[in-house]
Write a protein that binds this ligand. Structure first.
Ligand code: SF4
Length: 300
């Protein structure tokens, strides 16, 4: 890496960030898994949680990804208008994906539609995915979500007639998680998007997965619905790995947008127990800090 070239430095930071994210779960996820593990008393549930924590210890000690499915790379940038590398960020992320695939290593998962060809380096048309939000300031807050196949399977979005009401939106989410959640390696993080059009709802459902566990929807009714859905989904008793237990979910997160009077759209995204969602803040001098983990990239 050429340290004098700031764009290459930025690419190097992001490549390390990808590899780091594949190997260490964020602190909020580990804390929630620790709580859920302590609640279980069945031998099967305890054994599965023990296996998960052994997996995490081995991933850290051997410096290897904590799940073989390192997912499709999805980035969500909240960039200050004064961040000097906005124009270079997309290319940096693409180069970083190639480097991290080689160095971490990551499993190559990006397969081109129509051509059915795996690029071998986790890049492809519009992959890594990059979602932008431009804000004031000069920092870049960059979320990475590694979207595994199993945890993406329950995802859906649909638009409902207004007379179907909010109840139908909640029922659609509940039925989908009850039917397909077991495929997504529970305990799940359930992300729900509510809005007026299907694309808004789908995007908000993924953004809901970026929110740290332990936080609640800013609207009191939204927060209450999160709690009620957690209780309802826990009553199914999916348990760790879907082998039954007291809980099904790590949390339910809802994000909403104002809707058109005539439509209610709902989107669902699910995260698995190995919820690899990381957040790094990079300033205009390329000093950085990983905000989702106490342990930093240069400490391991
Ligand atoms: S759902 Fe998650 S833990 Fe299960 S195989 Fe996929 S990425 Fe790995």
């Amino acid at each position: 890496m050429d340290d004098r070239n700031p764009v290459k430095r930025l690419g190097g930071i992001i490549a390390r960030f990808i590899a780091f994210s594949a190997k260490r779960l964020p602190d909020d996820v580990v804390a929630r898994l620790t709580e859920l593990r302590a609640e279980e008393d069945s031998p099967m549930a305890k054994t599965i949680y023990d296996a998960m924590f052994t997996d995490l210890e081995m991933a850290a000690s051997f410096s290897r990804p904590c799940c073989q499915d390192t997912g499709i790379l999805q980035f969500f940038a909240r960039a200050g208008t004064g961040f000097p590398f906005i124009g270079e960020l997309e290319a940096c992320i693409r180069d970083a994906a190639v480097a991290a695939t080689r160095d971490a290593p990551l499993r190559p998962n990006a397969v081109e539609f129509f051509d059915e060809k795996n690029s071998g380096d986790n890049t492809g048309t519009r992959i890594p995915w990059l979602d932008w939000e431009i804000v004031s300031g000069s920092d870049l807050d960059l979320y990475l979500y590694m979207a595994g196949g199993g945890c993406s399977l329950p995802g859906f979005a649909k638009t409902l007639m207004p007379l179907e009401g909010y109840e139908e939106a909640v029922k659609a989410v509940f039925d989908q998680v009850a039917s397909y959640g077991v495929n997504a390696c529970p305990p799940l993080l359930v992300g729900i998007g509510l809005g007026g059009s299907v694309d808004t709802a789908a995007k908000l459902s993924k953004k809901a997965l970026l929110r740290f566990i332990g936080t609640r929807n800013g609207n009191a009714k939204g927060a209450e619905l999160e709690k009620r859905l957690e209780a309802a989904l826990d009553s199914i008793g999916l348990g760790p790995g879907g082998f039954s237990g007291k809980r099904s979910v790590m949390a339910v997160h809802i994000e909403q947008a104002a809707r058109h009077t005539a439509t209610i759209a709902v989107g669902l995204s699910t995260g698995c127990w190995a919820h690899r969602r990381s957040l790094i803040r990079i300033d205009k001098n390329l000093d950085w800090r990983v905000l989702s983990h106490k342990t930093q990239m240069d400490q391991c």
